[in-house]
Design a protein around this ligand. Structure first.
Ligand SMILES: Nc1ncnc2c1ncn2[C@@H]1O[C@H](COP(=O)(O)OP(=O)(O)OP(=O)(O)O)[C@@H](O)[C@H]1O
Length: 209
């Protein structure tokens, strides 16, 4: 997977959030987008996810095929991406099992993974059949992470992935990235070093103002 931005710029009304972003995101690497609150990290992540359109420049998404890279349409990008972000709501009426089944009906799970096993791995076995609306905020974050990390797609986008997690949650997060996401293209948007310490590539949004 290759995502390339050419002189990409995004504004809301008259305020430019970033301009002249020239960068490539490549499979197998992990990237951190850093910057203070309100600087535009989530906005750039949503541009990469094709959830927001840029106002200048270009962006290309290319998928690895047997015969090399093949461009994909903007409308198709979402099917190759899994995302965990504070603004993505969980379906509160569902149980963890139902929620993961629902997601798996759109995007397959990693090969050989079963839903009960995933729920065990993220430490929610006792709450597997409880409606998510009765979960604590840390438990909700664990199921959101599970939904994204165990999806069999080449791009994993993580916006503040350890929000509400305790120390064991941070540890779990690092284990999951290490064990299940090595081959993926990972982009983390965060200003907490503990969320992006494994990212070899770093991009400060303040360099694009
Ligand atoms: N839909 C929108 N319409 C207008 N302005 C917006 C919109 N979405 C975001 N913004 C503005 O764009 C700027 C960047 O917001 P963004 O959420 O990308 O920042 P961030 O770096 O992710 O912040 P945080 O660290 O607080 O999550 C902010 O000034 C925000 O108010």
């Amino acid at each position: 997977m290759l995502i390339q931005l050419h002189n990409a710029g995004k504004r809301f009304n008259r305020d430019w959030i970033f301009r002249k972003v020239n960068t490539a995101f490549v499979s197998g690497n992990a990237y951190a987008i850093t910057g203070p609150n309100g600087s535009g990290k989530s906005t750039l992540l949503q541009v990469i996810a094709a959830a927001l359109q840029i106002n200048e420049g270009g962006i290309e998404w290319q998928l690895q095929k047997q015969k090399g890279l093949k461009g994909i349409d903007e409308e198709e990008v979402h099917s190759h991406i899994a995302i965990c972000a504070p603004y993505l709501e969980v379906i509160e009426e569902m149980t963890a099992t139902e929620f993961l089944q629902f997601h798996a009906s759109f995007k397959p799970l990693l090969p050989q993974m079963r839903i009960a096993e995933i729920i065990n791995i993220v430490g929610l076995q006792k709450a597997a059949n409880k409606q998510i609306r009765f979960y604590s905020s840390g438990m909700k974050q664990r199921i959101k992470l599970a939904q994204a990390i165990f999806a069999d797609v080449p791009i994993l986008l993580l916006d503040e992935p350890c929000t509400n997690l305790d120390a064991s949650g941070y540890e779990l997060y690092h284990q999951l990235i290490e064990k299940y996401c090595r081959h993926k293209l990972i982009v983390v948007s965060s200003n907490d070093i503990n969320e992006y310490d494994f990212c070899g590539e770093r991009l400060s949004i303040l360099d694009y103002k």
